[in-house]
Design a binder for this molecule. Structure first.
Ligand SMILES: O=P(O)(O)OC[C@H]1O[C@H](O)[C@H](O)[C@@H](O)[C@@H]1O
Ligand SMILES: [Fe+2]
Length: 189
């Protein structure tokens, strides 16, 4: 592991709380429904959403560039659209960090949802997110956010800049539990 940490100039960023967006990001990453192939239980429902909805926006992130090195911090605004695929609420793919012993902080700015967390040996936990709630994701826990509300779920996230993303077993095994809308109610199954 390199421990070189580049000296850069301080800077500041505006966040528009009304719109829950970063005003002048370096990266605006968009994930459309088609990038979620294989992540939901109901593949057919996802295909239908892609075809009928013209591959709609699923979630997006706004980031500033900082060196991806030990000592620096990456941060972003992450915004997940409301909706369901079949009966499963819209969610992120979820990831471990490549450097597994790194954590992350998520502060919910808007909407409501759940942060699902699991370890590589199958432990599972979740925390609720609503405006003003901060979730601490400790090192070693994979994390996936789920929008269980009717408006976008928006979060501000901070994590070590050298941590990296590891989708590992999530692409094949998913998380131990899924979050569903059944008879108008949230079910964690
Ligand atoms: O990469 P995913 O698991 O799909 O999650 C999407 C994004 O969610 C959050 O905003 C994290 O801070 C990002 O690091 C991550 O890329
Ligand atoms: Fe992360």
């Amino acid at each position: 592991m390199s421990t070189e940490t580049t000296l850069i100039e301080p800077f500041s960023v505006s966040i528009d709380f009304a719109e829950s967006v970063m005003v002048d990001p370096d990266n605006h990453n968009i994930r459309r429904a088609s990038t979620m192939s294989g992540y939901y239980a109901d593949d057919e429902a996802l295909e239908q959403l892609i075809d009928e909805g013209d591959d709609p926006l699923h979630y997006e992130t706004y980031e500033k560039h900082v060196p991806e090195q030990y000592g620096h911090l990456l941060f972003c605004i992450s915004k997940i659209q409301p909706g369901v695929v079949g009966e499963e609420f819209f969610m992120t793919k979820g990831h471990y960090h490549t450097i597994a012993h790194t954590g992350e902080v998520y502060l919910c700015l808007q909407g409501e949802g759940l942060m699902l967390m699991k370890t590589s040996v199958g432990e599972f936990r979740y925390e609720r997110m609503r405006r003003g709630q901060l979730v601490y994701v400790p090192p070693y826990w994979a994390h996936r956010s789920v929008n269980t509300g009717r408006e976008p779920l928006t979060m501000f996230c901070v994590w070590p800049a050298d941590a990296g993303h590891n989708y590992g077993d999530i692409a094949t095994e998913g998380f131990p539990r899924r979050v569903l809308l059944r008879d108008g109610r949230e079910v964690i199954q």
